[in-house]
Write a protein that binds this ligand. Structure first.
Ligand SMILES: Cc1ncc(COP(=O)(O)O)c(C=O)c1O
Length: 374
């Protein structure tokens, strides 16, 4: 009970939960406040941060093990991570910028393209790093509601971009979107890029790219190759299961990469992450297997919820949102009492619970708890 009571004292059980949610805590903030004491961490089902529960592949673990011998060095060989990413996407190394996770990429993009008193445009809810950055520097965010089907409303974004043209610094598009799991179709991305005022950078966050099945979705890399002002953010945290190592990157025209690089610290990516990244890019078989397992678990879990009469937003990611038809705050707390961490509230979708895909056992525990709680 002691352990559970301690857990209960964390974010999920705070009496001011809804108030907190209204003020939109940032991702790092949420991670900090949700931290579970280390002696309880392994016992808790972690379905809250869209992590990959299966961990890095054996080849990636082996690469990291080999790289340990450089842990005492500064000038270590770095495994060629930038070259490997450039080759993976068929671009030059000038088009690549490494970040300590894609969070750092989003932050340096905001630092590079968003001066104080200007505006970033996007939807709400979405991954909020760039909005938090805007708040921190006295810039502002124009946040449009999602469409009725929880998809990003591209015509509305185009209109808002035009209406705000004098103040607009850049557009943020999370595709697929977190927390809904919904994709923006390739035709819609085109419509957005062609509709907004010329020269406005568009930051396209493809953190969940590897999980998408929808044939109408496509990566936006071709726009970078065309030299458009498009910055793609990718991460090794999801499909490659390296969230704790912190590795992500941007792909963009070289001039934009240079503007972003000025805002980046040096020596921020450690040697293990570099070698792990190279090995992960090569290990496509492991990524396919992980994807198949995760998508299978998502489909099984969401089918059960649908069978119970709950609506699930169609997801193209390693998480989903279910409409529980009542405020999620207390329900999140009830899950937490059962040692299951689910996603935080995402205003204004305060009756939708976001659930990340965990191991088969964790998903079973989730479903059992769901039936008891909801
Ligand atoms: C849409 C999106 N972008 C970026 C990130 C940041 O991931 P990382 O900093 O681990 O690469 C996340 C993490 O959950 C995310 O959901």
């Amino acid at each position: 009970m002691g352990g559970l009571a301690t857990l209960a004292g964390y974010y999920g059980l705070r009496p001011d939960l809804n108030l907190r949610a209204q003020t939109q805590p940032g991702a790092a903030d949420v991670v900090e406040r949700s931290r579970v004491p280390s002696d309880q961490y392994d016992a808790v089902a972690k379905l809250c941060f869209n992590e990959n529960p299966f961990g890095p592949s054996p080849a990636v673990l082996e690469a990291m093990t080999q790289a340990f011998k450089y842990a005492n060095r500064y000038g270590y060989p770095d495994g060629g991570i930038v070259q490997a990413i450039a080759a993976h996407h068929g671009v030059s190394t000038d088009n690549i910028l490494l970040g300590a996770g894609s969070t750092e990429i989003l932050e340096v993009a905001a630092a590079a393209f968003l001066p104080a008193h200007k505006k970033v445009l996007g939807v709400e809810p979405t991954f909020s790093t760039v909005y938090e950055y805007a708040t921190g520097i006295d810039a502002s965010a124009v946040r449009l509601p999602l469409g009725p089907d929880f998809r990003q409303d591209i015509p509305a974004l185009v209109k808002a971009a035009r209406d705000n043209r004098t103040q607009l610094a850049f557009v943020y598009l999370c595709n697929p979107n977190n927390p809904t799991g919904a994709v923006v179709h390739k035709e819609e991305v085109k419509q957005l890029l062609e509709g907004i005022p010329e020269g406005i950078p568009v930051l396209i966050d493809e953190a969940y790219h590897h999980f998408v099945e929808d044939p109408d979705y496509a990566t936006s890399f071709p726009y970078v190759l065309e030299g458009r002002p498009v910055i793609i953010a990718r991460t090794f945290s999801k499909i490659a299961a390296l969230a704790g190592l912190r590795l992500g990157y941007a792909v963009a025209p070289a001039a934009l990469i240079e503007r972003m690089r000025r805002h980046l610290g040096t020596m921020h990516i450690n040697v293990l992450a570099r070698y792990a990244g190279v090995a992960a890019l090569k290990d496509t078989a492991a990524q396919t297997a992980t994807r198949t397992t995760i998508l299978g678990l998502r489909k099984k879990t969401t089918a059960e919820l649908t069978g119970l009469g709950y609506k699930v937003i169609p997801s193209e990611t390693n998480f989903f949102m279910v409409d529980i038809r009542r405020p999620v705050g207390p329900v999140i707390q009830d899950f937490r009492r059962r040692q299951i961490l689910v996603g935080r509230p995402f205003p204004p979708m305060l009756q939708h619970l976001r659930v990340s895909i965990g191991t088969p056992d964790e998903m079973q525990s989730f479903l059992t708890a769901f039936k008891q709680i909801v």
